[in-house]
Design a protein around this ligand. Structure first.
Ligand SMILES: Nc1ncnc2c1ncn2[C@@H]1O[C@H](COP(=O)(O)OP(=O)(O)OP(=O)(O)O)[C@@H](O)[C@H]1O
Ligand SMILES: [Mg+2]
Length: 499
């Protein structure tokens, strides 16, 4: 039995919309439907559902009847209720190709619920793809092609607590679970709050996870170009940059095994340049880098060359770092090195996943706060040619670099209620029309809209449960409070016993 029959209304059926009267109850807004059309099917989704009943059309007669025993007692009004579904037409699908609808469906044509198999290919799902959840009202799992989802970068945008980290954990599980023959990429994750450490303790994913504490990241100065260091110290004047380059070149020419900032300062001091003022200012700037303790003579951690492996994840846990500048410098360091190694094919294709991306690629930032922006924008622009993908996660899309965001060809958007953020998302995501934009604020935790490269049409999904262990740094608030009081009491008892 079909779902219903196409009817004529004032301005439909057209090539963009039609209405149908519902035969079978159980139709829902958002459901996909199909109508036979030429050699294929016309696909659309139910954009609105109306109920109607002739007995209740005229206010004065309804009021009149209600003053006596009521309409329902006198007439079979129940059996005159009918439901109308309004369908937004998406396209005509013949099983392989999607075309625009050049003709509307005929009035009287039968409307069916979309066939699951056809729907999967119509929306662009791929059987061995990344399984992130299911679409509502249909028994269809959302499997997205790895290439379509990630090659041209992904942005996950939502307000705080809407499920961004949950979704990225699901994404990680899928990437770690891939078979070599399907193509396995490596993942490097900038974990700002230590939210992903559960992967290390998980029986399935533990042996594919390496965690490096942000405070223990080390990089030999020898491996860095003068340009990179200048980028970290954006206030250097042109003469200061020259002296810096001179110092580093001198050290490099000496062919030592390695050198650190102390050696660099010594090289600057002994440089045959009579610009003491310039040297002093440069050394002052370098002392800031010295405070961050990550530039070394020879030791390196992580060794990206060997620690970035297909089907494995390298978590850089930044939860112990306080300084945003240090975090930005480390992100710039890691991203730059990853991209360079990937360009020379020294490491596998990778996904660099950055939580709180608005702090690392800020739209309107002073130079000194935009240290990692340029490399993120570079990867966003050029990465796809080299198999270097980005996943930018942010709860403040307004503050995220428009260049980077617009290069993310797939956006997964979870609940957002802030009007500024909503406007910004609508502007920067192609494929979000006002209808989709409106529904974003109505999403519940764990519900998402996928738009862009990964799917043929904007698709609503319910993100699946995670399989991996969830383990966050920091106990729940009430537990922290209990622990604090217990510790205080113990201290007091100790003091009493001593007296
Ligand atoms: N699809 C889902 N199914 C079940 N629970 C979910 C789902 N998505 C999120 N949650 C739960 O909702 C809570 C918030 O999710 P999550 O930490 O992922 O939000 P977030 O967007 O990353 O927040 P923040 O901006 O604070 O980092 C968590 O407890 C998480 O387990
Ligand atoms: Mg989060």
């Amino acid at each position: 039995m079909s779902l219903g029959i196409v009817i004529t209304t004032e301005d439909s059926p057209s090539t963009s919309e039609f209405s149908f009267v519902v035969r079978e109850k159980g139709i829902k807004k958002g459901q996909y439907v199909q109508v036979p059309h030429g050699s294929g099917h016309l696909f659309g989704f139910v954009s609105e559902v109306f109920k109607s009943n002739r007995y209740f059309e005229r206010a004065e007669s309804v009021a009149d009847f209600e003053r006596s025993s009521g309409i329902a007692a006198q007439f079979p009004s129940d059996s005159w209720e009918y439901i109308i579904g309004v369908v937004k037409i998406l396209g005509v699908f013949n099983g392989t190709k999607i075309e625009r609808a050049f003709l509307p469906p005929s009035p009287g044509a039968l409307v069916d619920i979309a066939d699951n198999t056809l729907l999967k290919s119509f929306l662009g799902f791929q059987d061995n793809g990344i399984h992130i959840g299911s679409i509502e009202h249909h028994d269809v799992a959302v499997h997205l092609s790895l290439t379509r989802l990630l090659q041209k970068h992904l942005a996950i945008l939502a307000m705080s607590g809407a499920g961004k980290s949950h979704l990225s954990s699901v994404l990680l599980e899928e990437i770690l679970g891939r078979k070599p023959e399907d193509g396995r990429i490596a993942v490097v994750l900038i974990d700002i709050h230590g939210e992903y450490l559960g992967f290390k303790h998980d029986p399935v994913f533990g042996n594919k996870t390496t965690v490096i504490d942000g405070a223990s990241i080390k990089m030999p100065l020898k491996k860095l170009s003068p340009e990179t260091i200048s980028e970290w110290l954006p206030h250097l004047s042109a003469p200061q940059r020259d002296v810096l380059r001179h110092g580093l070149t001198t050290l490099k020419d000496q062919n030592k095994e390695g050198y650190n900032l102390k050696d660099l300062v010594a090289a600057i001091d002994s440089a045959d340049i009579s610009k003491d003022e310039v040297k002093r200012a440069l050394k002052r700037s370098l002392s800031e880098l010295k405070r961050y303790h990550f530039l070394t003579r020879t030791s390196e951690n992580p060794r990206l060359l060997s620690d970035v492996k297909p089907g494995e994840i390298l978590i850089l846990d930044f939860s112990s770092l306080d300084s945003l500048r240090k975090k930005q410098i480390l992100v710039s360091l890691v991203a730059r090195r990853l991209f360079n190694l990937r360009k020379r094919d020294k490491i596998p294709p990778f996904l660099l996943l950055i939580e709180e991306a608005h702090n690392f690629a800020r739209e309107k930032a002073e130079e000194s706060e935009a240290i990692s922006r340029s490399i993120i924008e570079t990867i966003a622009r050029e990465g796809r040619k080299f198999g270097a993908s980005l996943c930018l996660i942010s709860q403040r899309p307004v503050n995220l670099s428009t260049t980077a965001l617009s290069q993310c060809n797939t956006h997964i958007i979870l609940r957002v209620t802030n009007p500024n953020d909503l406007d910004h998302i609508q502007m920067s995501s192609e494929g979000i029309d006002s209808r989709v934009a409106k529904s974003i604020s109505g999403l519940k935790v764990g519900e998402a809209i996928i738009v862009g490269e990964a799917v043929n049409y904007p698709t609503f999904v319910r993100v699946r449960d995670r399989k991996s262990t969830k383990r966050e740094k920091g106990a729940p608030l009430h537990q922290q409070a209990i622990d604090f009081e217990a510790k205080q009491k113990k201290k007091e008892k100790g003091a009493e016993a001593f007296l």
